[in-house]
Design a protein around this ligand. Structure first.
Ligand code: AKB
Length: 339
């Protein structure tokens, strides 16, 4: 009999680093990974089988389907917002076509082994689109159903994939003679900017925050590409991984939404600079606005209402801004750059 396994796509990315370690420590099921690049050797030891390739490679997904009984998918593979603006068609192919193929894969797995497949999907605050800075300042905390007018290819991709996942979960082939929907248990959350000590960000527009921290730790000067007053929600990576695992283990009947807001703190870029300078007094951090990237960040909310996540599945971040730096980022990053 094939054993149930967990599939993680994009396992070598920012979220994947933290998730793999935590899953290996707490989930007895073997971990299968799929990533464009070979995994960091430190992660490979957690993995039962590593596939190197693309999420749009139908033949590769078929091989996984034949060989393994997947009953949980963490679909992390994606091109982030800045990178997607330089290759929007590629972003659509990876972010949307890739997700559609993984949903179809999950559906076929569920039909094959007869159990629902849990499909965990990291969405983003990029699914929101505020029209101007005045509106952003006025509206304050926004709920999931407000301002769903993304202005980036990545944000459009993420919003559409939330809808795709909900379709597979509730309406898939709704005209078929026999009911075949309800086999994919799709759950997602809209992550804010994520701050990781273990990985350096790649291709995001919220990357100014982690880039600033890592540059200071390396002793490199950093030119921040957004205005000092720029404010969006952020979260420490351990809280992001905990939130994914918490939503994954929540009783299905408790969930009232397919996509949840989550966040922890929402400092301005200048407030981040100040806390980084306290940790790295010699750091050289200046500001030079990249107007085009600034325009994107200005459409993202200053803060989000995460009450639905707190009510439905007990979301509650461990790290506020100060603790994120003192207890996680600074010690982790110092260790990274001392090695
Ligand atoms: C990005 O900047 O593209 C991501 C995000 C906010 O989802 N970090």
């Amino acid at each position: 009999m094939r054993k149930p396994v967990v599939l993680i796509t994009g396992a070598g990315g920012e979220i994947g680093h933290g998730l793999l370690t935590r899953l290996a420590a707490q989930d007895p099921r073997p971990l299968i990974t799929l990533d464009l690049n070979p995994l960091d050797r430190r992660l490979a030891g957690h993995v039962h089988r590593e596939f190197t390739g693309s999420v749009v490679d139908e033949g590769l997904l078929e091989r996984i389907l034949v060989e393994f009984e997947v009953d949980c998918v963490f679909h992390l593979a994606a091109l982030l917002s800045t990178r997607s603006e330089f290759a929007p068609a590629t972003a659509h192919e990876v972010n949307v076509e890739g997700t559609l193929r993984l949903l179809e894969f999950a559906q076929r797995e569920a039909e094959s082994h007869g159990r629902p497949v849990l499909f965990m999907y990291p969405s983003s605050i990029a699914t929101y689109g505020l029209p101007d800075q005045e509106t952003k300042a006025r509206v304050g905390k926004i709920r999931e159903e407000q301002w769903n007018t993304p202005v980036t290819m990545y944000g459009c991709n993420k919003l559409y994939c939330e809808l795709l996942g909900t379709y597979y979960a509730r309406r898939y082939k709704q005209l078929a003679a026999e009911k075949v929907s309800g086999k994919v248990d799709f759950r997602s959350m809209r992550f804010p900017g994520l701050l990781s000590g273990e990985t350096v960000p790649s291709g995001g527009t919220s990357d100014y925050a982690p880039e600033m921290i890592h540059a200071a730790a390396r002793g490199d000067a950093y030119v921040c590409f957004v205005r000092p007053d720029t404010r969006i929600p952020f979260m420490a990576m351990p809280d992001a991984v905990s939130a994914l695992l918490q939503l994954a283990s929540a009783p299905r009947e408790r969930l009232t939404r397919s996509a949840y807001n989550v966040a922890a703190f929402n400092p301005s870029a200048d407030e981040i600079r100040a806390i980084v300078l306290r940790a790295f007094p010699g750091a050289c951090i200046t500001f030079q606005t990249d107007r085009k990237r600034q325009d994107i960040v200005d459409t993202w909310p200053a803060e989000v209402d995460d009450s639905a996540a707190r009510r439905d599945w007990g979301f509650g971040p461990k790290y506020d801004l100060e603790r994120a730096f003192s207890d996680y980022l600074i010690p982790t990053i110092r260790k990274r750059y001392q090695q």
